[in-house]
Design a protein around this ligand. Structure first.
Ligand code: SAH
Ligand code: SF4
Ligand code: F3S
Length: 466
């Protein structure tokens, strides 16, 4: 048998790229590839790229410069290194990558990476290989399942793609072009994936999709199931302790999802619901197809059924035409809602999107200033949210030993890291923690002496006074 070849993947961008990178490892395992943490000793390096903002996609070319030096050095030592570019930049700019970066052997889009073994062979034969046409078949039908030891190495919490692509066409966004049209995977396939993960130690499942709550995969009854129903079905699988989903669009929040938040004890009360702006004028120009008021109503529907629910969001500042009043409306919306966390970005024009043709009206210094103010507001909300945990008892799913000897780290329902001194056999369990202090973004505490009083995890998960 030939010695295993080494594979290194560097991922940029969203959670789906993290998931895709794992599936690329699974796809290449039968070819004799094992993963390595360092690019230097790899025989195959894959850059799994993100196109969402200019900064993200330009990074790739400097990274390729570094890889070129590495590849040349390896060649001097008689070792051949293959370089592949995958992900959304590959999809959007495949031809350009081939032109600009001779070091690249393979370019493969996010819907085609199940063909990596064939592309490796083609690159060996022809020198280079490019595949960015959306294939007619669904890659999920062809991806080999992860091996049990790979699942175990990846930890307690796992991503599962349930929906991919987007039909919303927000005017600033490349995703509908790089990931293609919205597609949902059938319920039965997702159940199989989740069972395999749980059988190998996974306890928390994060369902992911570019527009995950538009999920409408075929159910066992042959009819489309909404996300809420899928979540309820997955909660029945023994060993599934926690369920999450991301990213949601405010327009697609169906009643079944709200009901799942009310009734499904495994579904965590933390929802990422991007709004982008608080100004109706800007929301319309972005083609978000809802107003700030309608977004608030959606938030209210969640809050009515789960008082302890918390939200996170994404924001863009400096969209073309954004005035001081528009930006003030964003600050007002954030103040009104009170987020547990949020991400904010400066608008970045993306080639091929409708907004790229709009006249940019916000100067860089103005954008910087708005971003700074928004981030300060979000930070203060996040700090207040974290500080409120001190003195309470919260349920924590323990994930792994922490860096400090004897300490174990886990996460609360709101994804706050929580550290306790304990033995490592608590990994994979949900246990109550009395929170004593906050160190940056981490909660520090000790295992509470008694188990949560409530019989239902739903109640025990609520932050309790004492
Ligand atoms: N599907 C998700 C967003 C995916 S992209 C949704 O509908 O919200 C993640 C975030 O990147 C977006 O929410 C947006 O805030 C930001 N983003 C997307 N395109 C951008 C652009 N051209 N410039 C700046 N930020 C952008
Ligand atoms: Fe992009 Fe809008 Fe689709 Fe989100 S909903 S992926 S921001 S087009
Ligand atoms: Fe980036 Fe593509 Fe994800 S553009 S955010 S990697 S869908």
């Amino acid at each position: 048998m030939s010695p295993p070849r080494k594979l290194h993947i560097k991922s940029y961008g969203c959670q789906m790229n993290v998931y895709d990178a794992q599936r690329m490892v699974d796809t290449l395992a039968p070819e004799g590839f094992v993963e390595t943490a360092s690019a230097e000793d790899a025989d195959l390096v894959i850059l799994n790229t993100c196109h969402i903002r200019e900064k993200a996609s330009e990074k790739i070319y400097s990274e390729l410069g570094r890889l070129r030096a590495m590849k040349e050095e390896a060649a001097l030592g008689g070792r051949e290194v293959t370089i592949a570019v995958a992900g959304c930049v590959a999809q959007a700019e495949g031809e350009e990558i081939i032109r600009r970066a001779p070091v690249v052997d393979i370019v493969v889009g996010p819907q085609s990476y199940h063909h990596l073994p064939q592309l490796l062979a083609r690159a060996r034969r022809d020198g280079r290989a490019l595949e960015t046409e959306f294939p007619v078949e669904d890659k999920f039908g062809f991806l080999p399942p992860p091996k049990p030891d790979a699942i175990r190495a990846r930890g307690i919490s796992a991503f599962v793609t349930v929906q991919e692509g987007c039909d919303k066409f927000c005017t600033f966004c490349v995703v509908p072009y790089t990931r293609g049209a919205e597609v949902s995977r059938p319920v039965a396939k997702i159940i199989d994936d989740v069972k395999r993960l749980v059988d190998n130690g996974v306890r928390e499942i994060m369902l992911i999709g570019q527009n995950v709550n538009a999920y409408h995969g075929e159910g066992p009854d042959g009819r489309p199931w909404p996300l809420g129903r899928l979540l309820d079905r997955l909660a029945e699988i023994p060993g599934v302790l926690r369920l999450r989903y991301s990213t949601s669009h405010p327009l697609d929040v169906e009643d079944s999802l709200i009901e799942s938040h009310r009734d499904n004890p495994a579904l965590m009360p933390f929802v990422h619901l991007p709004v982008q702006s608080g100004s109706d004028r800007i929301l319309a120009a972005m083609n978000r197809r809802h107003t700030a008021g309608e977004y608030l109503e959606v938030i209210e529907r969640f809050r009515r059924v789960r008082q302890d629910i918390a939200f996170s969001s994404d924001f863009i500042v400096g969209f073309p035409g954004e005035t001081a009043e528009d930006f003030a409306a964003t600050l007002a919306l954030v103040t009104q809602i009170g987020y547990a966390a949020a991400y904010s970005f400066k608008y970045s024009p993306r080639p091929g999107t409708p907004a790229a043709d709009m006249r940019e009206t916000v100067s860089q210094p103005e954008m910087d200033e708005r971003l700074e103010r928004l981030q300060q507001l979000i930070d203060s909300q996040q700090s207040a949210f974290n500080l409120a945990a001190i003195g309470t008892t919260v349920d924590v799913l323990f994930e792994r030993p922490a860096r400090k000897e004897g300490q174990i780290v886990g996460r609360t329902a709101y994804l706050q890291p929580a550290h306790v001194m304990a033995s490592s056999d608590i990994v994979g369990k949900v246990l109550p923690v009395r929170v004593e202090s906050l160190e940056r973004y981490s909660l520090l505490g000790h295992l509470a002496a008694r188990p949560p009083l409530a019989a239902y995890p739903h109640e025990s998960r609520m932050i309790t006074g004492a």
